[in-house]
Design a protein around this ligand. Structure first.
Ligand SMILES: Nc1ncnc2c1ncn2[C@@H]1O[C@H](COP(=O)(O)OP(=O)(O)O)[C@@H](O)[C@H]1O
Ligand SMILES: [Mg+2]
Length: 506
């Protein structure tokens, strides 16, 4: 079975003349073999296009893998990522019998006992799941998302083949090791398995719904937990206009440029306020309600950011908007995204070379998402440790900008995003943030303070020189961080106030 699929992969590779990718040491013979066996292969198109067609031939999992590669300009050259971003999954819907069977397995009884009505014709079907409309016994209208039967096994099989390919790539491609193919495949496996679990998706939906409770710009449908399983998910059905249908939106009397700005606001709010963002904001997942609010669906792929990530990101964005490349470079260095021995001015120069030509264009042609993606290309040279959550974020930003410009060609991302960023920064370093931080950290301090002499003793006693050096670097970093200095000042002030109070009392 596996041999048969491997054979299929090899023949697809040959048929599309992909042997030209094999150029590493020892690949001459393999290439020669391919050339002889597939002498009739059409090698006329560009290599990216041939790779795209080959992936399409190999099926939905490979298509999804290609889509993942298309957002890794840190790994894959641009001519190929551009081709791969054209990959669309077009798959046949699965049969009514399979729908009925999946529902029965999920609920332990026939679907007719769970739903009052159930439309067996799917609204939409994709490689992992498809959606049907139904009503609950109390007449509430719902959308039911169902995982494609057997997709789990297909994924397992295809992923094991991808692993084999990864080993080949590592062995036979120039710089194959730098591409870290095995890691990329592992990461892919994780995201695609996450998408298979609809409980997880319903939980993400519910979290975003809570984050945007009462919001005037985003509405999130409610999952109906009683009927959510790993394979089937039931949620409130929304009645709204697909965001691509501009005529219908206009007809509903909704102001389109405002909608464009609101889209940017939703994204930056998810990123900076919540650190939890919808990472699949293509138009098929975005609707507009008749009251002008967005309706977001499909929470299968989410990005999360830590406070530290958010901090460096905000610095990065602000520096970018100001075209302050030194600050961009410094933020990357401080965040540990590039190796600590990198020369900042070198890196700064490289960033400038990428960004200046883009920023010179009229505003409506500048895509910040694209600029940031180009930055990953630069970082390829600087052995940047690419953070998966950043790749997701930049890709989503690109989608959001595309959407925003589609709604309003003159959308000024900077003007829309900057107030949100600055508000967030102020909350991070302003007096209120300080107070929050102090009250949050006070218990830890109270516990840690008495231990400090012991800790110092320990460090001094069994010090390896590296450790001390690390501590000093830590200290330097702390000094650079404004909020810590503020915190230190606040602690001193608080201590003085306490001392004064004690003196009065004693
Ligand atoms: N809650 C809902 N209300 C109305 N339509 C929905 C709802 N959820 C999904 N749909 C329809 O089903 C399509 C696919 O749903 P989605 O969750 O995006 O699945 P996929 O993960 O396959 O992209 C959507 O584009 C939309 O037309
Ligand atoms: Mg979708």
């Amino acid at each position: 079975m596996r041999v048969a699929r491997l054979f299929r992969i090899l023949s697809t590779v040959g048929r599309h003349g992909l042997d030209e990718f094999l150029v590493g040491p020892g690949s001459g013979l393999a290439r020669f073999g391919f050339r002889v066996a597939f002498f009739w292969a059409d090698r006329s198109g560009p290599r990216g296009e041939r790779l795209r067609l080959a992936l399409q031939d190999l099926g939905p999992i490979f298509v999804k893998f290609g889509q993942l590669l298309s957002i890794r300009p840190d790994l894959v050259p641009t001519d190929i990522t551009e081709e791969l971003s054209k990959l669309q999954d077009s798959v046949e819907p699965f049969s009514s019998e399979e729908v009925v069977e999946t529902l029965r397995r999920s609920y332990g009884k026939p679907h007719t006992e769970v739903f009052k009505t159930f439309d067996l014709t799917p609204v939409a079907s994709a490689s992992v799941a498809q959606v049907h409309f139904a009503t609950l016994p109390d007449d509430r209208e719902v959308a039911v998302k169902i995982v494609r039967p057997g997709i789990g096994e297909t994924i397992t099989k295809d992923v094991s083949l991808l692993r084999v390919l990864a080993v080949l790539v590592e062995r036979f491609l120039p710089e194959g090791e730098r591409l870290r193919p095995r890691e990329v495949v592992e990461e892919f496996e994780k995201t695609i398995h996450d998408e298979l679990d609809l409980i997880r998706e319903a939980a993400s939906m519910s979290a975003v719904r809570r984050n945007f409770e009462g919001s005037k710009i985003l509405y999130v449908p409610e999952p109906h937990w009683d009927w959510c399983t790993r394979e089937a998910m039931v949620m409130e059905r929304i009645h709204a206009i697909p965001v691509n249908d501009l005529d219908a939106i206009r007809e509903a009397g909704i102001d389109i440029p405002t909608l464009g700005r609101n889209g940017v606001e939703v994204f930056f709010t998810q990123v900076f306020r919540d650190g939890f963002f919808h990472a699949d904001m293509h138009p098929g997942n975005i609707f507009v309600a008749y009251d002008g609010r967005y309706c977001g669906i499909d929470y299968g792929i989410m990005g999360t950011l830590s406070d530290a990530d958010k901090n460096y990101l905000a610095l990065n964005f602000i520096a970018f908007f100001r075209r302050d490349y030194r600050a961009v470079a410094q933020a990357h260095l401080d965040a540990g995204w590039i190796p600590p021995d990198t020369r900042v001015d070198d890196f700064e120069g490289a960033i400038r070379a990428v960004c200046e030509p883009i920023f010179d264009k009229p505003l409506r042609e500048i895509y910040f998402g694209r600029v940031l993606m180009r930055l990953f290309e630069v970082s390829r040279r600087y052995r940047m440790d690419v953070q998966p959550q950043l790749v997701l974020l930049y890709k989503t930003l690109l989608q959001v900008e595309g959407l925003g410009r589609h709604l309003d060609p003159d959308l000024d991302l900077r003007r829309t995003a900057q107030p949100i960023l600055e508000k967030w920064m102020n909350e991070q370093v302003g007096p209120r943030a300080l107070w929050r931080q102090i009250s949050r950290e006070a218990p830890t301090w109270a516990k840690t303070l008495p231990q400090i002499p012991r800790l110092i003793h320990k460090v001094l006693a069994d010090d390896a020189p590296g450790r001390l050096e690390k501590a000093i670097r830590e200290l330097e970093r702390a000094q650079r961080s404004q909020s810590r200095i503020l915190l230190a000042i606040a602690v001193i002030l608080a201590a003085m106030a306490l001392a004064a109070a004690l003196r009065t009392f004693l």
